[in-house]
Design a protein around this ligand. Sequence first.
Ligand SMILES: [Zn+2]
Length: 123
Amino acid sequence: MVFVVEHETLNLFGVLCFNIYYFYIMNRLTEITPKYLDEIPKELEEGVLYISEKYWVAIHLCACGCKDKSVTPLKTIGDSIGWTLTKINDKVTLNPSIGNWSSEKNIGYHAHYFIIENKINWC
Ligand SMILES: [Zn+2]
C-alpha cells in the first residue's frame, strides 16, 4: 500500500513537471505590440510593450507567459548602458536581446529572446 502511494506521488510529480514545462513553452508569445505612454500603468497586459519616452524606459510582461515584469531602460544620447529602441512605422526593435530572471517565482533565468519589428524571436 505504501509503495502504491509513493508510486502515485512520483507519477504526479512527473506529470506536474511536464505540465509546468509545457505551460512555459505553449504560452510563449511570438508577437508584441508597442504602446506609447508617459506613465507606465500598474496593471500590465500581456503582449504589450509599454514605452515611456518621458522616462526613457520600456516595460513588458515576460514573453514566456510567467507574468513577470521585464524592465528595459532605454538608451539616450551618450548613454553606454540600456537598450536601443528603433521605431519603423508602428514596428519596434529592441537591442540587445532580453533575458528574464525571476527569483520571485523561483524559476531563475528562463527566457531569452529578441524583439525585432514587433516579433519575438526566441533564442
Ligand atoms: Zn518568464
